[in-house]
Design a protein around this ligand. Structure first.
Ligand code: ADE
Length: 410
């Protein structure tokens, strides 16, 4: 146990040293005392960078309770270190059952939160279905990811969302970097850790060309893979083509794919037809929030038997003799196998989370989904430039007037 705690402590310390933007935001919010005494319930992937967010909120005076937003993504060493070394209320363990997962979400609500911080929308959904009694006391929430925002907007459309939620995901300093470069890098990390196989020269299919898919495709190409993309959105499909990828339907592309990674936010992207067409030996993984992008029942129905081929690699022997592989039960491979996004990237996302929590506490916002104000987005960008020692240009007064006017054209 001591060894596990020490490992978690070191991971936390390492992350803290690389999260300089969050440090500045933490210092400012601590000084303003705006979060002092506030109860915060956080459902995020429990790992080192998230641990630093929880500790930052606590250092600013908030009372934080933390659970995971996914049953398979918890870093147990970090969870244990947070509990034992920092006295944090953390209710999460890797590989928890669905029942334990919801028990833990309920436990973080026991202190009747002022603010909820969610990743994927399960916590907000739980409150609106089974813990409606808490809604009155909740000043607002913050949502981390695209999947959560899609769910919240559906709730908003139905008039079902009963408190304001800040869309951290839609901030430029979040999705341009976390979704793209973060998912790109951490997905490759997860794939390589799980398989220890070669990527260069392999055919690699990316399902979805949103910010995450773009990042995965870019990084797979950088590793020398021959990348194909499948999309349902015609605009994104054109973009993928112009970015140099081979675009086509998943059921066709998968016939040639050595690796498949889904990142769409939609279910059954790899369904029965794609599984029937998949190339012998194909390795499939998901980087989207939920484990329904690859239809596991279709995989089971088409197979004769399965076995664990290697840690986090399930081998399915198909009735027609092919072998297909699924990583981490189709859970998001970058966290279930890899260590999640790089610290410097989560630094910006979590600085935004802290600013969003502060914003929602200090303003009386209407129920519904709210964008992060532009000035907070720019603040995070400037802090990041400062941390990297990068200076940028500034418009002169003459240029400012030119940009704001319309009479002068030449
Ligand atoms: N680390 C913490 N939260 C994460 C997320 N949503 N994606 C990847 N890595 C993370």
């Amino acid at each position: 146990m001591r060894e596990l705690i020490e490992k978690g402590k070191k991971r936390l310390q390492w992350a803290r040293e690389h999260m300089k933007v969050l440090k500045k935001v933490r210092e400012e919010i601590k000084e303003s005392r705006s979060l002092e005494g506030k109860n915060i319930s956080m459902a995020l992937h429990v790992e080192a960078k998230t641990g630093i967010l929880a500790l930052s909120l606590a250092e600013a005076g908030a009372k934080v309770k933390m659970a995971s937003c996914n049953p398979l993504s918890t870093d147990d060493s970090v969870a244990e270190a947070l509990r034992e070394e920092y006295g944090m209320d953390v209710y999460a363990k890797r590989g928890e059952t669905e029942e334990e997962y919801y028990e833990n979400l309920n436990r973080i609500l026991e202190h009747e939160p002022d603010v909820v911080i969610d990743d994927g929308g399960d916590l907000v959904s739980l409150i609106h279905t089974e813990r409606k009694d808490l809604i009155e006391g909740i000043k607002g929430g913050c949502e981390e990811t695209t999947t959560g925002i899609v769910r919240l907007r559906a709730m908003e459309k139905d008039g079902a969302l009963k408190f304001p939620v800040m869309s951290v995901n839609d901030a430029f300093m979040k999705h341009l970097f976390d979704n793209r470069y973060g998912t790109g890098q951490s997905t490759i990390d997860g794939l390589m850790t799980a398989t220890n196989l070669q990527l260069s020269g392999k055919k690699f299919l990316v399902g979805g060309y949103g910010w995450c898919g773009r990042g995965i495709a870019m990084r797979a190409k950088g590793m020398g893979a021959d990348v194909m993309v499948s999309e349902v959105d015609p605009i994104k499909a054109v973009e993928a083509k112009m970015d140099g990828f081979d675009v086509g339907p998943a059921k066709e592309n998968i016939k040639r794919a050595d690796f498949v990674v889904t990142a769409t936010g939609c279910k059954h992207v790899i369904g029965d037809e794609e599984i029937k067409n998949a190339k012998d030996g194909c390795i499939m993984a998901n980087s989207g929030h939920f484990n329904n992008e690859i239809d596991i029942s279709a995989l089971e129905d088409n197979s004769e038997f399965s076995r664990t081929a290697r840690e986090d690699v399930m081998e399915y022997s198909m009735k027609d003799g092919r072998k297909l592989y699924l990583l981490a039960d189709g859970r998001l491979v970058n966290l279930a196998v890899g260590q999640g996004h790089p610290a410097e990237i989560m630094d910006m996302s979590f600085a935004l989370q802290m600013l969003a929590a502060d914003h929602v506490i200090n303003n009386d916002l209407e129920d519904g989904v709210h964008n992060i104000p532009r000035e907070l987005d720019e603040k995070v960008a400037r802090l990041r430039l400062e941390a990297d020692g990068i200076k940028i240009d500034k418009l002169s007064q003459e240029q400012k007037e030119y940009m704001e006017g319309w009479e002068e054209g030449t």
